[in-house]
Write a protein that binds this ligand. Sequence first.
Ligand code: ATP
Length: 301
Amino acid sequence: MVNSASVSYNQALEIKNLSRSFGSKQALHDVSLPIPRGGVFGLIGANGAGKTTLIKHILGAHYAETGSVRVFGFDPVTHPVEVLSRIGYMSEDRDIPYWMRVQEIMNYTRSFFPKWDASFAEQLREMFDLDPKQRIRTLSRGQTARVCLLLALAHRPELLVLDEPSSGLDPVVRRDILAAIVQTVADEGRTVLFSSHLLDEVERLADRVAILHEGRVLLEGELDAIQESFRRITLRFEQAFSEAPSILGAIEYRGSGHEWTYVCRGDREQLIQAAKTVKAEVVHEASVSLDEIFVCSVNRA
Ligand code: ATP
């Protein structure tokens, strides 16, 4: 029998046509996402977009109502050991036993993971400035988040899944430590999937992203390619207009009279050509931030 893990896989995750409802609420609509091995994948979405629901499918906590989820080739519902032993997970709720001490939760979690790296765990504990004797319930929110991050990392998982990792972390840990950890994991050829609504953070950390909105994937791909496909372009027209003249690829616009600024999607040369055909001169061009891409995509959905 061929073990699915023995098949060479270059996808860490393969999500195909996944839909999920809770009563009348459709939390995921036909979501398809290939997530390659290696690299950092940022899952972007507003509150209620479906990020945690998607993550719960990856962990096997929800079964796929329609479609399928594969983690390193395994169905997480039918192969929980094969999947969960490869994943380091930091939940959005930071739900760990609050009555344990830091050292106790480390020992307890270690017992589930044969690949637990005790000296790395100790290094992280020191770096996060955590007292091994302190009870979890007496830790601050940020300290609890650090414990959760340590527990997710110390068995050096093939896939690190972080649900809103920045929530509760102070700016120093967020900017320096979290970024360094995520980068190290990716540099070692492992995969990071994190959800966030902090777009500057996604822009800094991720090399691939997906925008989820009301359970649907609006945009997915390499961050650089997505950003290159959008641009802000200000056009000066020969005549004044009271409404923005339509331009190929324009998603949003503002302005008045002779000058209108558009956020456009498409090949730059085609956009310039489109401007020429409506007798407009390009007076300014700029790149578009992920934040603006997100807002434009959601407004158009
Ligand atoms: P947030 O950023 O606020 O954590 P999210 O993107 O993680 O949001 P989800 O938690 O996946 O969003 O929720 C998606 C939708 O599904 C929401 O409308 C939520 O109320 C609903 N939902 C999720 N889990 C359940 C559940 N167990 N029962 C009923 N509805 C649920």
